[in-house]
Design a protein around this ligand. Structure first.
Ligand SMILES: [Zn+2]
Length: 240
């Protein structure tokens, strides 16, 4: 696939289904962008209430635990803001309610670039294609085009003073295709540190670090980068 003409982002809105999704899929790239002066905001559809493995923890406490883990992870990169939309983990659908919420956030943050999950199932990495990821990716694309830019979509947003906004490009992660490789060699340690903040999800921290490094090496190899380089892969689509 031909590489797209990427415009270097100024303001990025990251939209994902669960806490830790942004760190797994794009943490190295987010850290790199922020270190180069890009403003990055997070919007999470759920607070990850169906996650974790420790049966001793009261399930009602999980969303708050995971929100604070995500906030600490985001602080490592210097993420500008985080909003949790409060949809139920495991039950996310690409419906009008989610589109309306994501459109509200797009019109508020007014990003030139949105980073989200691919709505296409990746049969090579089925865990990356959790149904919530597919649904959140689909709802995000529907919000980018046409809802956020269409003054007649969700008219209550305009009534609240949220003017239509055109997003010019979307970076999609975890999908079956990629056309953009991001060298994260300088920020892979930040990515691993951020992932280790999601303590309620991690049984073996050492194994997690090794898995992230080996997967980033594989990404670089797949993209024909030099040996020893770490990378994240995206499918970038131009919208505007
Ligand atoms: Zn997830």
């Amino acid at each position: 696939m031909a590489p797209p003409e990427i415009t270097y982002p100024k303001v990025v809105l990251v939209v994902v289904a669960h806490p830790d999704d942004a760190d797994f899929g794009a943490g190295g790239t987010i850290a790199k962008w922020i270190s180069e002066g890009v403003e990055v905001h997070y919007c999470l559809a759920s607070s990850g209430g169906a996650g974790g493995f420790d049966t001793e923890i009261d399930r009602d406490l999980i969303p708050a635990i995971r929100e604070s883990e995500q906030r600490r992870a985001a602080e490592i990169y210097g993420v500008h803001s985080i909003e949790f939309l409060g949809f139920s983990d495991g039950f996310i659908e690409a419906n009008l309610k989610l589109r309306g919420e994501i459109s509200r956030v797009i019109r508020t943050i007014r990003p030139d670039t949105v980073l989200c999950q691919s709505p296409e199932r990746n049969y090579q990495r089925i865990q990356a294609s959790h149904p919530d990821h597919l649904a959140t990716g689909e709802a995000t694309l529907r919000s980018v085009y046409p809802d956020a830019r269409n003054p007649f979509a969700f008219p209550e947003l305009l009534e609240k003073g949220l003017e239509p906004h055109i997003v010019s490009q979307v970076f999609m992660m975890a999908g079956p295709n990629h056309n953009f490789v991001s060298d994260i060699s300088l920020t892979i340690n930040d990515k691993i540190a951020a992932l280790l903040e999601h303590k309620s999800q991690i049984k073996d921290p050492d194994a997690l670090g090794k898995m992230i490094m080996s997967s980033a090496l594989n990404n670089a190899r797949e993209a024909s980068l030099a040996p020893g380089v770490y990378a994240e892969l995206f499918q970038v689509i131009k919208i505007a």
